[in-house]
Design a protein around this ligand. Structure first.
Ligand SMILES: NC(=O)c1ccc[n+]([C@@H]2O[C@H](COP(=O)([O-])OP(=O)(O)OC[C@H]3O[C@@H](n4cnc5c(N)ncnc54)[C@H](OP(=O)(O)O)[C@@H]3O)[C@@H](O)[C@H]2O)c1
Length: 299
């Protein structure tokens, strides 16, 4: 089973690393592309074949599209001629609906839409998946296994892809900000900086594991740490005064709204491309009629 990765940047390389560490697909069965030689050199360090030719990558049985969303249309147009109904296309592009991807191919194609995150690099990723009706349950299970090599995987309805993109795709950014802020607090209390990052990051990872493994409500876990008239509740009070939870929720709403705008733009582009195609077809039919009419006149 050959795997192709078009656009092996941060996300593409994170996925390749997870897959290789698990042994699900061997180095010899992976081919990846980047736009520049410098990036291809970086990808080659993973031990996989690299190329600048996306069509060569698209000849694989499974093809992951990991270019930036704004490059997706051009890449799909480039590879469409070599992608067949047997090819399983997996797109990780944020805000690009399955319908837009199908329209860009212009023919029936098996499409899985994935929303992974960069912790895939350390095999602690979170990937949301959904697929079109052409993807068999067996193929979908294979994609689940593929992303499970990089962490946890959940199947969700496509309508929740924007939410998943925010809560797991983008959220590592503000979790890093939280870790940085926590470390600054520890430095202020006199801890050396390198040690402060370690303490803050391990506390965040441990708390996350408590939520995932205890099955307890995060609020109940918080209550366990906040003893009456203790020190922790003082910090909780200050965070509430600064609107901590509201700020996180508002930030996430902004992120999802941007995703929705990107999806709308993709749908508009898809609609105008379809309209241009219809116009071209109509013009073709009209000139055909005119030619036939003129031909008829001569006879
Ligand atoms: N990063 C995240 O946390 C995250 C999370 C969820 C989903 N995603 C999705 O993952 C995708 C990639 O994001 P990223 O952060 O990995 O971006 P990135 O690091 O910029 O990677 C994109 C890669 O695409 C390559 N590329 C650009 N044009 C190409 C072309 N025509 N043919 C082949 N390769 C081309 C680039 O090559 P060069 O380096 O040579 O220019 C680059 O290596 C995006 O669609 C994003 O929405 C990302």
């Amino acid at each position: 089973m050959k795997l192709g990765v078009i656009g092996a940047g941060n996300m593409g390389r994170a996925i390749i690393s997870g897959i290789l560490a698990s042994g699900l697909v061997t180095k010899a069965d992976i081919i990846a592309s980047n736009a520049t030689q410098a990036s291809r050199d970086l990808t080659a360090k993973l031990g996989v074949a690299t190329t600048a030719d996306n069509s060569e990558v698209a000849r694989a049985d499974n093809v992951i599209l990991a270019v930036k969303p704004q490059r997706l249309a051009a890449v799909i147009r480039e590879i469409a001629p070599v992608v067949s109904t047997q090819t399983l296309v997996i797109s990780v592009a944020a805000g690009q609906p399955i319908s837009a991807i199908e329209a860009l191919f212009g023919k029936p194609v098996q499409v899985v839409r994935a929303m992974p995150n960069t912790p895939a690099l350390v095999r602690e990723g979170m990937t949301a998946l959904c697929a079109n009706s052409l993807v068999s349950r067996e193929s979908f299970a294979w994609v689940q296994a593929l992303f499970a090599t990089c962490g946890r995987v959940e199947e969700i309805p496509e309508g929740l892809m924007g939410a998943a993109g925010t809560v797991s795709g983008a959220s590592p950014a503000w979790v890093y900000m939280l870790i940085e802020a926590m470390a600054d607090g520890a430095v202020r209390d006199g801890m050396p900086r390198a040690q402060a990052y370690k303490f803050a990051a391990q506390a965040v990872m441990g708390a996350a594991k408590m939520v995932l493994e205890s099955g307890m409500h995060p609020g109940a876990l918080k209550d366990q740490v906040t003893s009456p008239a203790g020190t922790t509740i003082e910090a909780v009070k200050v965070l509430e005064e600064h609107g901590f939870r509201g700020a996180v929720i508002d930030a996430m709403a902004a992120c999802t709204a941007k995703n929705d705008r990107m999806a709308e733009k993709a749908a508009e582009a898809q609609e105008s491309a379809a309209a241009a195609e219809r116009e071209e077809e109509d013009a073709g039919t009209l000139s055909h009629i005119l030619r036939a009419f003129k031909g008829g006149d001569k006879n």
